[in-house]
Design a protein around this ligand. Structure first.
Ligand SMILES: O=P(O)(O)OC[C@H]1O[C@H](O[C@H]2O[C@H](CO)[C@@H](O)[C@H](O)[C@H]2O)[C@H](O)[C@@H](O)[C@@H]1O
Ligand SMILES: O=c1ccn([C@@H]2O[C@H](COP(=O)(O)OP(=O)(O)O)[C@@H](O)[C@H]2O)c(=O)[nH]1
Length: 510
């Protein structure tokens, strides 16, 4: 248990961002509210049960906040200077690692000063965790911004149980090997006892990177990391003897596909006010025969241009008019100071103007483009209003929007068009799966969705809902923590809970 003097915790969550929004006030008068993301919903009960704390950046540069509590969760803010936001967050995290890990859709930039900042900030997060973790505590580190933290923790505190979950893809070695600091990152991750990924292919890509860079033995999901002199006595968990008779520790690297708080989405979908808002949305749009919806951060990984191209060509072909079919595209502002994002915004907005200029009818623009972020209630109203949900990511770790759409459709209706390059496609097999690079294929899927008979829609949606409702984010966190605290990595309980037919897009898992 936490003791007041020592402020030590049994469970420490570490992520780049704290799960809170700053509501008002400054310094000690600052007021915070937890952001209603799935991760908070999943971890909140576990944190209460195990006496937990969350460490992360409060989202503003150059401000120092003391540890505080929001909605019953203990939070420890890690400060970042304006320069560190530029070099560690916008630079190395979002202009080096993000494009590299998403199939180099946009060219990654490699700058040594960004790498310096990444190391320095990772050290700050690790130190914050080391300070508050009780002996033998669990530390669960999240995402690509903090890949060096597991090794920093292990070196300083071999007593800790260390987990890491990567929310974004892990690229094939042919791409990963571009990274000038590829060894250091792999070594950072190997500091964990369990390294979790979204997809089977991501875990495979990581194991291959370890083999290519270090030549370590791997067996299925298990990586044998040789123990060096001096590490032997300190290593208390997962010690074994390798095939060549040398002492090793094992690291479990396997998929744990993340999910959503499905019950919460069902509840919101049943709310009479939200249902009324859904009807109102359709009316405001002029009651189109078909309403199609896209919801994404304005990110080049999301394939927003590809879906607009397909939609524009269908208008041009006369497949339907802008009065019959409306597309609402929510593109919430994201990472706006990174050049590739600013450029994408220009490209998308030029495209929207061209398509609307060419094909709008008075009172019926083809594309309703919203460069805004919306609260969860409005998202659910949009999901309920939409006949067709378009998720056309060129690469995406999971894509929670796809799962939220399914969980919200308590009426068993609506068609999900889903890119095979999004992690969600491993589980949501009854969606209309598409390759977003194939514009003709995407157009056919849109026409198929629009014409799909009610019975087929219900059959597909029922199967999708079964998967999302039974595999929610609470189950995800429980599965991860079970694997992390299990004595033996060879335990058959470390089985994979992903449909067997899963096939990663060609070229990804090689
Ligand atoms: O913190 P930001 O830079 O504003 O970015 C927002 C988050 O984007 C990424 O989300 C990923 O995680 C989702 C949940 O696992 C997954 O569904 C999605 O496919 C990923 O792209 C990022 O990983 C987070 O760290 C960011 O906070
Ligand atoms: O205006 C918006 C746009 C998006 N979202 C939420 O942002 C998350 C996006 O997660 P996803 O995994 O789809 O993509 P990411 O942005 O994490 O890459 C989902 O929970 C959306 O409901 C939101 O609340 N308001």
């Amino acid at each position: 248990m936490k003791s007041a003097e020592s402020e030590q915790y049994e469970l420490v969550i570490v992520s780049n961002r704290l799960p809170v929004d700053h509501v008002s006030g400054e310094g000690d008068d600052a007021v915070w509210r937890t952001s209603p993301g799935g991760l908070v919903a999943a971890l909140e009960p576990v944190m209460r049960e195990r006496d937990g704390v969350w460490i992360g950046w409060p989202g503003m540069p150059d401000v120092h906040f003391e540890p505080f509590e929001a909605d019953g969760i203990d939070l420890i803010p890690v400060p970042l200077s304006a320069e560190e936001v530029e070099d560690y967050y916008e630079g190395f995290s979002n202009d080096t690692l993000w494009p590299l890990y998403h199939d180099v859709i946009s060219p990654p930039s490699y700058h040594r000063e960004w790498w310096e900042a990444y190391q320095r900030v990772n050290r700050r997060f690790a130190d914050a965790a080391i300070e508050v973790a009780a002996p033998n505590a669990i530390v669960w580190v999240h995402d690509y911004q903090l890949q060096l933290v597991p090794k920093m923790l292990r070196d300083a505190r071999p007593d800790l149980i260390i987990g890491f979950f990567n929310h974004i893809p892990f690229p094939p070695y042919g791409i990963y090997s571009q990274l000038p600091w590829r060894r250091q990152i792999v070594d950072g991750l190997l500091g964990a006892d369990v390294v979790g990924f979204q997809r089977v292919a991501d875990a495979g890509n990581f194991a291959r990177a370890v083999r290519r860079l270090h030549g370590f033995e791997t067996r299925g999901n298990i990586i044998n990391v040789p123990l060096e002199d001096g590490q032997l006595e300190q290593t208390v968990r997962h010690r074994a003897t390798g095939r060549r008779g040398h002492p090793i520790r094992t690291v479990l690297a396997r998929p744990f596909p993340i999910s959503i708080d499905a019950q919460e989405y069902q509840k919101l979908a049943a709310d009479p006010q939200i249902r009324a808002r859904a009807r109102e949305i359709r009316e405001e749009l002029g009651n189109p025969r078909v309403l199609m919806l896209g919801v994404d951060r304005l990110d080049y990984t999301k394939g927003i241009r590809h879906r607009m191209k397909a939609f524009g060509e269908l208008l041009e072909d006369g497949a339907f008019t802008s009065e019959e079919v409306a597309l609402v595209q929510v593109a919430s502002p994201s990472r706006e100071r990174v050049d590739a994002y600013a450029q994408l915004r220009d490209e998308v907005e030029i495209m929207v103007s061209r398509i609307n200029g060419d094909f709008s009818q008075l009172g019926h623009p083809g594309i309703h483009y919203l460069h805004q972020g919306y609260p969860r209630e409005e998202m659910v109203a949009l999901y309920l209003a939409a006949d067709v949900m378009l998720v056309t990511a060129l690469r995406d770790g999971m894509n929670l929007v796809a799962k939220e759409y399914v969980a919200s459709r308590t009426d068993q209706d609506g068609v999900l068009i889903l890119s095979e390059f999004a992690g969600a496609s491993d589980e949501l097999r009854q969606a209309l799966l598409v390759n977003p690079h194939d514009i003709d294929g995407l157009k056919s899927a849109i026409v198929h969705a629009i014409r799909m008979p009610q019975r087929e829609r219900t059959r597909r949606m029922r199967a999708l809902r079964k998967r999302v409702l039974s595999h929610d984010v609470q189950r995800w966190s429980a599965t991860f923590l079970d694997a992390l605290t299990r004595e033996d990595h060879n335990d058959p309980a470390n089985h994979l809970d992903i449909p067997k037919r899963t096939v990663a897009p060609l070229g990804y898992g090689d």
